[in-house]
Design a protein around this ligand. Sequence first.
Ligand code: PEP
Ligand code: MN
Length: 339
Amino acid sequence: MIIVMQRGASKRAIHQVEAEIKRLGFKAHPIYGVERTVIGAIGDERGNVGLQALETWDGVERVIPILKPYKLAGRELHTEKSKIKVRGRVVVGGRTLHVIAGPCSVESLTQICTTARAVKAAGATLLRGGAFKPRTSPYAFQGLEEEGLKMLAEARAQTGLPIVTEVMKESALELVARYADVLQIGTRNMQNFDLLKAVGQLRTPVLLKRGLANTVREWLMSAEYIMAQGNMEVILCERGIRTFETATRNTLDLSAIAVLKHETHLPVIVDPSHGTGHYEYVEDMALAAIAAGADGLMIEVHPNPHEAWSDGAQSLTPERFAQLMKRARAVARAVGRTM
Ligand code: PEP
Ligand code: MN
């Protein structure tokens, strides 16, 4: 339920309502707007009768139900777009678009530092690199694990770029969170509910990739899992879904951006690298994503894609990435954004 406070309701009235929400066994999520405060009461909906009575309380204007199942991720309670702050500097979800770039996997200190410097020079504001890799084959390279995380930290120290890296399992969360500025939940883990709850306990921002066979609604329910634990710092990432089409690795669902704009206040970024699976298609889809309203991009870049240990076919050279950034800036300007 949403408890809409009257304009100018006193702090005392707001606190009393929050206390009553908690007494009834709900979590109170106050949103202090410029005009008025609204308080979300989130919990087992069978207790809604008690909440309805708040309508008679001092300072309360209305009590209305939240109709969508994603109460915290949806726009009913939280009408303004969320801005997710990374390392106190990079703000995802504002007018400025952000680009996360770097190799699929961290392979060596030289590889990650060279890439970090190149993508920074081209305008990327966050560095990506997997140290724990979800691979289709158990015989494929699985990631450098903590060694890889240390290399990412060194690349961050050299360039100042915050790190986005994947956490695959709860047992590694404590370790990965010690290094990561943004915790990536990969497509295969979008419905790993225990992992979602665990990252929800932290306050590190989470990049939640869309499951390769999941609907927008299921995706938002996964965001809800994280937020219900108290971590509101969620960035969504469209990375393509499985369809009958085989010309591309996945089908990049850009219509999801339009849908999400209506359904959620969370920022949405697009990963055309995994979305297409081929370096020649990445730039076009990156531009399309910005035109469609994405808040940023995630792009795989490798100093020598032919020698990449994973996802070489979809990785851009630093030169191609710089060209993409140049064109992306022009599209961003055309749709009223900066980069
Ligand atoms: C990745 O970002 O390298 C990755 C494995 O992505 P996804 O989970 O979208 O396949
Ligand atoms: Mn990859």
